[in-house]
Structures are given as C-alpha cells and as structure tokens.
Design a protein around this ligand. Structure first.
Ligand SMILES: [Zn+2]
Length: 499
C-alpha cells in the first residue's frame, strides 16, 4: 500500500523512532477537586512506570515551556483566556455571570493553579508540534494533552483550553495537510468544530454515540463548505472489543492515509475507551488500544501522541506506558517493576489486564454497514488537496477571498484563514523555503493571532445533548498550587535529568 508517508527525519525503514517526550514534574499535583474523576495524578503514575521500565533513556525527555496568553489566544477568545488567567477558587463567586458564560464551575471546576495547568498541558502539545516541524523527532508525546472538548470561548468536559487545536495550528505552518485521529470514548467535538470547514485538517473520531456526552459525532456529520467530507465520525456502541474496533480502525485509517496523504498526524489516545473505565463503556484491552498507535506509527509520518480522557487511573498509566514503548519500538515485560505506585496495580502487578466478559452491542452487520458508509464518505473527498498559493498576507489585511467565491459565509471559516498562512515549499521558488520557527516569527505570530480571532467556532447546528459527565464520589488527594514558569515557548524546552 502506498501510504504517502515516508517523511520521517530518521528514515522510513528503521524499526526505531526518534521520540520526544514532554513531562512536567508538577503536573500530577493539580487537583480538580474531591470526587472529580479527572486526575492529573495519572500522568505522574505513567511517568513513574516509564522511569522504572527504563524507557526514559530511549527518548528525549523535555519539560514543556508554558504556553503564553498569546499562544492560547491563537484559537481561544481573549476574554475567555483572560478569565481563566484571573479566576481563583476564592473569587469565583464574584463572577457568577462569567462562570456561566464560559461553562466553568461544575464539570470544569475552578481549582488552584488552573491557568498554570492549562499553560503546562498546552505547552507540551505545542512544543511537540514545534519539535516535529523542525524535524527534531519522528514522534512527540504529551500525555498531559489531548483535551479535545474545549471550545473557542467555553470550557467543556473537563477541558479548558484545546491544546490539540493549538498544536494542529502549529503543524499547519509546516504541513499542507494534518490528520487528526481520536480514539477517546467521547466524540472529539472541539477539534472537529475548529476545523469543520477546512480541507487542510481531516478529523476522524471513533466514539460511543447515542445518549452519551457530548452528544455530537453522528456519522452524517461530514464537514462543511470546503471541509465537506474532511470530517469523519465513527459511532460505536457499548462493549466494543479489540477485534471489532480494529475491523473499522484499520480499513478506515488506511483509506484516509492513502487519499488524504497528511504531512503530520495527531493521535488523541484517550484511555476512557479501555475496558473497565470509570466513565466509559467500551471493552478494549491495552493491547487493542495500543494497536491504534502501532498502526499510525507504521505509516512513517511525523506523529504527535496526546492523552485525553481516562478515569480508571491505574489502567490509564498502564496504557500510556505501553503506548510509549510501542512508539519507541521497545518491548517491555508484563511484570511490573517495583515503583512508588505499585500498590495501585495489585493483585497481579502486571501491565496488561484481561478485558471483561461484557456484551458487545456492536453487531457484525452494524459494523459492516458503518465501514461501508465511511469508505463511501472517504471516496468523495479530493485526493490530497493542495493549498492554493498565496503571497504571505500583509500585517494589515488577510487576502481577499477568490473572486469566484460564491459563498461569502465561508470567509470566516478556518479554511480560509489557515490557507492564508500556509506557504508552499515546492515549485514556487520565490516563496521562502525554510520553515521559520513559528514561535519566533512575529509577523507569522500576528497573522496567526488574526487567524485565530477570525475563526468561527460553531459552524452549523449539531445534535448536542449536554449533560454532566460524572457522578461525584469521595476521594482523597493532595492539594497543591504550582508556580508559574517564566520561560516561554520560544526557548528550547529544558531537557530533564532522567534519574
Ligand atoms: Zn473521553
């Protein structure tokens, strides 16, 4: 099969990949509050497993530079980000109107260090994109990222800022087309929405559909305007197992890779699709989940691996540790090494656990029907659409829409704007060839800032049924406020001592 890939800096045929792994030692200290299922502690557990399995030595371990306000505002509204920066648990009651407006308070609570937490997880994903753009690695990993529900002016589903959208905007500076794949059990609505009207980003989300948060992701939702057929939704039912999942994942992704030919891929590895998740209802094993990573990796295209959901935290740590080993191409034992969180993994103390015997509600007939429908949708998209050549837009104004553009509404969609910023590197010799460091080019920054402001966030009606996504439970974790790091994304991220 022609994958259209083979673009990795360290060569296409090697079994090993150059991996950059982003981790902030403070990230595990952020705490959403008592009973909240989202626990940043799971990233610390993952890191401890990686350390004691001896995997850190095979990759570059980087502490992310915190994303700055202007970085976050490339996608998000200024007033929303400024609110996130200012709000504290003590003062939140003085801002009831804004809390409501920005959907902050219940599923997305205000907690100590909230803004630094956002800066940290977004900094890792953007930093990963920068590393990939520069060809410094083949695969970049940020398990703290993947918060796919956040909207331009609204928090949603435990997500405040959408690090994925920000990372994709970064990748678009160096790549004509970026593919986004989402294997979280929830629909990747925030990312889909941001790029719904562009053919430069294709989004593919596999998720539980039907009376389930966030309610979007119907197979009939395929994109809009120039983005029509560049969004793909795979609706699944309870109890899906490894075999059923891969019977859709592999043929669909193979076809997408062949037809769309992305220059980079972002894979959101939400672990709430694993068997036994506290909020999920799928029945995937860690190996079945990781098969998606193995498969994406096999295309030899720069790959950004992100986290996401995952609420049975011992299984989240198992999954992301194993997936890191898959990214590296290093085999690791099922028997877990002794480490500080070993008691979470009893009674077996193994990396892999058997899925349950729950019923698989996805019948063969249903899966086949979905597969055929998706392949038909993919057949309708233009092969590897090329970005139209534009001169770099002046600082004062973005280019006018094409004269033959008959739909004025499309001018405000992501498609128009992301196209405006891209410069081809082939065949147009008068265009600058080098990919400027996107984070240090002020002109580029300004164009992107404008781009983000102009991006329309909600495109057309989506069948949404919002609801609370968890029931409160009692739990006990330490409380901690992280200090803000003054360094910014311009700097090379600090390489960490791996001991
Ligand atoms: Zn989820």
């Amino acid at each position: 099969m022609d994958t259209g890939g083979n673009s990795l800096p360290s060569g296409a045929d090697g079994l090993k990949r150059k991996v950059c792994y982003f981790y902030d030692p403070e990230v595990g200290n952020y705490y959403y509050g008592q009973g909240h299922p989202m626990k940043p502690h799971r990233m610390r557990m993952t890191h401890a497993l990686l350390t004691h399995y001896g995997l850190l030595q095979y990759m570059q371990v980087l502490k992310p530079n915190p994303a700055r306000e202007k970085d976050l505002c490339r996608f998000h509204a200024d007033d929303y980000i400024s609110f996130l920066r200012r709000v504290t648990p003590e003062t939140q009651q003085d801002n009831l109107r804004q809390l409501k407006r920005f959907n902050v308070g219940e599923d997305c609570p205000v907690f100590d260090g909230l803004y630094s937490f956002c800066q940290t997880y977004a900094g890792g994903s953007i930093g990963g994109a920068v590393k990939l753009n520069h060809g410094h690695c083949d695969i970049a990993v940020n398990w703290a990222g993947g918060l796919h529900h956040a909207k331009k002016c609204e928090a949603s589903g435990f997500c405040y800022v959408n690090d994925i959208v920000l990372a994709i905007l970064e990748l678009l500076k160096a790549h004509e087309r970026v593919l986004y794949v989402d294997i979280d059990i929830h629909h990747g609505d925030g990312v889909e929405e941001a790029f719904y009207a562009t053919n430069r980003v294709m989004t593919v989300s596999f998720h539980k559909f039907g009376d389930y948060f966030p309610g979007t992701g119907d197979i009939r939702d395929v994109g809009y305007g120039k983005g029509r057929h560049y969004a793909l939704n795979v609706p699944l039912d309870d109890g899906i197992d490894d075999e059923s999942y891969q019977s859709l994942f592999k043929p669909v992704i193979s076809k997408v890779m062949e037809v769309f030919r992305p220059g980079a891929v972002v894979l959101q590895c939400g672990a709430d699709s694993l068997s036994g998740d506290r909020l999920g209802c799928f029945n995937l094993s860690v190996k079945g989940h990781a098969e998606c990573v193995r498969f994406m990796r096999s295309f030899n295209v720069p790959l950004l691996l992100l986290g996401g959901g995952g609420y049975t935290i011992r299984n989240v740590a198992r999954c992301w540790c194993y997936e890191t080993s898959v990214a590296l191409g290093v085999k690791i034992d099922d028997k877990m090494p002794e480490h500080e969180y070993i008691e979470y993994f009893g009674p077996d103390y193994t990396l892999h656990v058997a899925p349950s015997n729950m019923e698989n509600k996805n019948s063969r007939e249903m899966l086949e029907e979905i597969r055929l429908q998706l392949l038909e949708n993919i057949s309708k998209l233009e092969h590897a659409p090329s970005v139209q050549f534009h001169e770099r837009p002046s600082d004062a104004e973005l280019p006018e829409a094409d004269e033959d553009e008959d739909n004025k509404d499309e001018r405000n969609h992501a498609d128009f704007d992301v196209n405006a910023d891209y410069e081809r590197t082939s065949s147009h010799s008068r265009v600058r060839i080098e990919f400027v460091d996107p984070m240090t080019d002020d002109k580029n920054d300004e164009a992107m800032d404008r781009l983000a402001r102009d991006m329309e966030s909600t495109i057309i009606e989506m069948t949404g049924s919002k609801g609370s996504t968890f029931a409160a439970e009692k739990e006990e974790v330490t409380h901690f406020k992280a200090e803000e790091d003054s360094r910014n994304l311009h700097d090379e991220p600090a390489e960490m001592d791996q001991n």
